[in-house]
Every structure is written in C-alpha cells, then in structure tokens.
Design a protein. Structure first.
Length: 52
C-alpha cells in the first residue's frame, strides 16, 4: 500500500482540481495505515502467528 502513496505523491497532482487533490489526500492517508487481520479481535493473524 505504500507503493500507492508513493505513486500519488509523484504524479502531477498540482494540475488536478481541488476536489481531486483532496480525494487523493484521503486515499494517501488510508493507504499509509497497515492492514491488520484479526481473529475475534483477539489474535492478530500474520505469517509469524501462523508459523509460530
């Protein structure tokens, strides 16, 4: 997801409408947060927990 943030940052966003700039900012903020899968809000599901 950090690749999405970098791609948006590197594009010619200054030439876009203010509305589109704001939308891209929201997308950047959302994609900067890691996606965490949990089981019953107790156990974080990851490769480490699966293998361990």
């Amino acid at each position: 997801s950090l690749g999405i943030t970098d791609a948006i940052y590197k594009m010619e966003w200054a030439s876009l409408s203010i509305r589109m700039q704001n939308d891209l900012l929201i997308v950047m903020q959302i994609t900067m947060k890691p996606i965490i899968f949990t089981s019953g809000k107790i156990l974080i599901l990851s490769v480490e927990s699966f293998m361990g």
